[in-house]
Design a protein around this ligand. Structure first.
Ligand code: ADP
Ligand code: MG
Length: 249
């Protein structure tokens, strides 16, 4: 059993069947990529996993518990963190201030104002934020405005903010979209480091095949809302069905 089990998930928008019948199992402590052409349903699938959308059919189980019907913040508290296509940081705050935000509350008491007793002391929060900045190799940028960071560093900060919540599953939707090659390579190195050093499962939606083949241990190819094939990177590279549907050959 994987840490995430998606069974027979379907999602329709009006007349459009965005997801047909998705079955997906993501093994714990692996890096699993989901690839597929534009409009294949990748973001829709991700939205169904984090409570932003409710599938019409099927089930989504995380660590043996259903996520369906739960609110996004509840799913986040269960241990799933998500990085969006556009970095979600506070541009007018400093890097350190951004990093302190998720340190206000860990998963068990996230942002519940009535749970005052679970809010850590300011000293604890500062220590945790500093520790995470060190881990992210951003300590020297702590006083900078987050808005003035490079695209790669914005992503790095955002990923650090997600990790502060100590998720067991990190979901990333095209984390290197719009990045220059150097920033993309930095992001690949960061994700490699995270998967090696932490007890964490990473599911990544990605267009850039260089990123996919640098990181993924398993790859699921989604086409027209349905998984076409799931395999190791080497097998995916040589699969004629994938070349036809995705690589356009
Ligand atoms: P991908 O992320 O693989 O590019 P999406 O999941 O964003 O694909 O979209 C899958 C299909 O569903 C596309 O045809 C898209 O236009 C459609 N779609 C996505 N979100 C909505 C929505 N909120 N309302 C209507 N159609 C949508
Ligand atoms: Mg998308």
């Amino acid at each position: 059993m994987g840490i995430l089990e998606v069974k027979n998930v379907g999602k329709r928008f009006g007349g459009l069947q965005a997801l047909g019948d998705v079955n997906l199992s993501i093994a714990e402590n692996t890096v699993h990529a989901i690839i597929g052409p534009n409009g294949a349903g990748k973001s829709t699938l991700l939205n169904c996993l984090v409570g932003k959308l409710i599938p019409d059919t099927g089930s989504v189980m995380f660590d043996g518990q259903s996520v369906l019907g739960r609110k996004p913040y509840e799913i986040n508290q269960m241990g799933i963190s998500r990085v969006f296509q556009t970095p979600e940081i506070f541009a007018d705050l400093s890097v350190m201030e951004n990093m302190m935000i998720p340190c206000f509350a860990k998963r068990d008491g996230a942002f519940q104002l009535n749970a005052i007793s679970s809010i850590p002391s300011q000293k604890d929060m500062i220590e945790r934020a500093e520790h995470m900045l060190d881990d992210m190799n951003m300590a020297d940028k702590r006083a900078m405005h987050a808005g003035s960071l490079s695209r790669g560093d914005k992503r790095r900060l955002e990923i650090g903010m997600c990790l502060s919540q100590e998720p067991r599953l990190l979901l990333l939707d095209e984390p290197t979209a719009g990045m220059a090659r150097a920033d993309t390579n930095n992001t690949i190195d960061l994700l490699k480091q995270i998967s090696e050093e932490r007890d964490i499962t990473i599911a990544i939606i990605e267009h850039d095949m260089h990123v996919v083949f640098s990181l993924a241990e398993r790859i699921t190819v989604l086409a027209q809302g349905t998984p076409l094939v799931e395999d190791t990177p080497d097998k995916i590279k040589g699969n004629p069905k994938v070349r036809e549907a995705y690589l356009g050959e």
